[in-house]
Write a protein that binds this ligand. Structure first.
Ligand SMILES: Cc1cc2nc3c(=O)[nH]c(=O)nc-3n(C[C@H](O)[C@H](O)[C@H](O)COP(=O)(O)OP(=O)(O)OC[C@H]3O[C@@H](n4cnc5c(N)ncnc54)[C@H](O)[C@@H]3O)c2cc1C
Length: 404
């Protein structure tokens, strides 16, 4: 079958790109190895898909080239996607931090994209395994031949939209990275991101009584910091603040080679030394005072973890200035050393991917391999939690769809 465009990966980016290219009159085939399309959209946002964010900028993304995503995000903005949602009459609502969710179901987004593809004449090859991709000389009538278990297809433009490695049981594969390597395109080593952090056994044992505790806290790694909930689990740390900071955390600091801690400010926005000074003559024991701002059980266990029995036994008025200074410093920066992450099985996205150095930020085409495009999560552009990853999928898919 001769086509203008083949898109591999019928997820968020792939469907957006295919629908756009089809609407321009291109003959498009959309291939996926799964039997159902948009699986990641379906499970996103607890089934309601956090499809974008009110304010999106390059500052919300991680990449070796932090400017790369600017062009696509500026050409297809959250407002453009919201206009599509509204035209389709999909009801949505805004949650904290500008996150937009469907009122009813993520299925509505999948149906919208599927119908856009169908309306633009896109053909589908689902449950289709790609076996081989060949590129032909510039004189050949077609640039690419794709051999699959459903036959051979030829096209001028080949778009790779196979996503990252998060949640392998949903069909994630390293296909896009392998294909990039086949054409000599560098790949930044993929790592799990937006992922819970694991703690070493001795710390887990100490924190076990706190499992289930949720705190409004600020998690920090180097200059990156997020104030949201931190959740202590039986395996380590989770909750939005930890998922966000996990994208910045590395097992070893790049420069010093030392293990990197995550610092947690347990009382963000409070001048802890001044607050403790106000209660200098208090007859309460410290955990009971801390319970004004922290869950009571947590306050108690945290004090027990400090290795200073006086904090649990003596009233605040009998603690030394040194005791209180140590407590203030510990509350401001509770430094925890994760032993790793919970891996791709529990990650929401993949950090790293196809190097942006090899791609045009205007078209997503590989600069040294004409006709080959990479879009969505397979590219080394990773968003924060909050709708930013879908926005990147829509924006990168849309810009590629204008020129394939
Ligand atoms: C649990 C969870 C919740 C999430 N919630 C949100 C959210 O609310 N908001 C947000 O912005 N982001 C969210 N994300 C991230 C978001 O889902 C992804 O960033 C986004 O789906 C990436 O789009 P994509 O098109 O690049 O890849 P995908 O949507 O992953 O699509 C890739 C497609 O390629 C196919 N494929 C893979 N390998 C092959 C192969 N070898 N051959 C053929 N086809 C292949 C897959 O079957 C899939 O259909 C969530 C992710 C997870 C895991």
């Amino acid at each position: 079958m001769n086509l203008d465009v083949i898109v591999i990966g019928a997820g968020a980016a792939g469907m957006m790109c295919a629908a756009q290219a089809g609407a321009r009159g291109r003959r498009v085939l959309l291939i996926d190895h799964a039997t159902t399309i948009g699986e990641r959209i379906r499970i996103s946002g607890g089934g309601r898909c956090n499809f974008t964010n009110r304010t999106v900028s390059a500052a919300n993304y991680l990449s070796q080239n932090p400017h790369f995503c600017r062009s696509a995000l500026a050409r297809f903005t959250p407002q453009h996607f919201i206009a599509m949602i509204e035209a389709r009459r999909i009801a949505y609502h805004e949650r904290e931090h500008g996150q937009l969710f469907c009122d009813d179901s993520a299925e509505q987004i999948i149906a919208m994209l599927r119908d856009a593809c169908d309306g633009a004449g896109v053909r589908w090859a689902l449950n289709c395994a790609v076996q081989n991709v060949e590129r032909h000389d510039s004189g050949a009538p077609h640039r690419y031949t794709i051999t699959t278990d459903q036959g051979r297809f030829q096209c001028q433009s080949l778009v790779i939209a196979t996503g990252g490695l998060a949640i392998p049981k949903l069909g994630a594969t390293p296909f896009g990275y392998r294909l990039a390597e086949q054409f000599g395109i560098p790949v930044i080593p993929p790592k799990p991101a937006l992922v819970p952090l694991a703690l070493p056994p001795e710390l887990l044992t100490a924190l076990k009584p706190l499992s289930g505790a949720t705190l409004d806290a600020k998690a920090q790694v180097d200059a990156a910091q997020f104030r949201e909930n931190v959740l202590i689990t039986h395996r380590g740390l989770s909750g939005p603040a930890i998922l966000q900071i996990s994208s910045y955390w590395q097992m070893q600091d790049y420069h010093s080679g030392k293990k990197q801690p995550v610092d947690i400010d347990l009382l963000p926005g409070i001048d802890i030394s001044a607050w403790l000074a106000e209660h200098r003559q208090s007859k309460l024991i410290l955990p009971n005072l801390l319970a004004e701002h922290l869950p009571r059980r947590f306050a108690h266990e945290w004090c027990a973890l400090q290795g200073n029995p006086r904090l649990l036994e003596r009233p605040i008025s009998e603690l030394s200035n040194r005791d209180l200074a140590d407590v203030a410093a510990g509350l401001k920066s509770w430094s925890l050393m994760p032993s790793g992450t919970l891996g791709f099985a529990k990650a929401e996205v993949t950090l790293g991917g196809v190097s942006t150095d090899a791609l045009s930020s205007k078209t997503m085409e590989a600069t040294a391999t004409p006709g080959l495009y990479f879009i969505g999560e397979v590219v080394d552009v990773t968003g924060w939690l909050g709708g930013y990853n879908f926005q990147w999928a829509w924006s990168s898919g849309w810009v590629a769809g204008q020129c394939v």
